[in-house]
Design a protein around this ligand. Structure first.
Ligand SMILES: Cc1cc2nc3c(=O)[nH]c(=O)nc-3n(C[C@H](O)[C@H](O)[C@H](O)COP(=O)(O)O)c2cc1C
Length: 161
């Protein structure tokens, strides 16, 4: 069984979660970069609007070949209670037929549930079966506790279902 972790992260928290998954499950990893400038307050507002409207964005890499993988983790920060444009853009380019998928999001305080719900709809429409999901609050959390929460959440997922 080969595992792939695909994630977007703006300020490093989702990245920490993704890296913990890689360490724990010996997963391969692809970081999706958003080529649109997301820095500063004005861009933060635009980013929230982009997420809310489910606008696509320019990403790097533009595609991920999942032929050799049967289990895929998709991770994103929560933006305005929505998945980020970068993760939606890559999901819509993935062939997920027959794949087992685990979804995760990090958020400051709330809005994670609609993110998971929307990503679930998107990956299922592309042929995936969702076998796990988790939401992590990141506000005032140390790196250590985020790592430990990630480990706890992945242990709960039955990867051999
Ligand atoms: C544009 C934008 C919108 C956000 N919207 C929310 C939100 O709706 N709810 C929330 O709890 N946190 C929100 N956050 C905070 C992030 O979801 C949170 O800090 C996340 O852990 C950041 O992940 P990252 O470090 O991987 O980018 C938002 C952050 C940004 C930049």
């Amino acid at each position: 069984m080969k595992t792939m972790t695909i994630y977007y992260s703006s300020t490093g928290r989702t990245e920490l979660v993704a890296n913990t998954i890689v360490d724990e499950l010996d997963s391969d990893i692809v970081k999706i970069k958003d080529l649109k400038d997301r820095k500063g307050l004005k861009n933060k507002m635009i980013s929230s609007l982009d997420a809310f409207r489910e606008n696509k964005t320019k990403i790097q890499p533009i595609r991920v070949d999942l032929t050799d993988y049967n289990t895929i983790f998709f991770g994103t920060p929560t933006w305005a209670s929505n998945p980020t444009p970068a993760i939606i853009t890559i999901i819509d380019r993935c062939d997920l037929r027959g794949k087992d998928v685990i979804l995760f999001t990090t958020m400051s305080a709330n809005g994670g549930s609609p993110v998971i719900k929307r990503m679930k709809e998107k990956v299922e429409a592309r042929g995936a079966r969702v076998i796990g999901k988790f939401i992590l609050k990141t506000k005032n959390k140390s790196k250590e506790s985020l790592k430990n929460e990630t480990k706890y959440n992945i242990k709960k997922i039955d990867l051999n279902k």
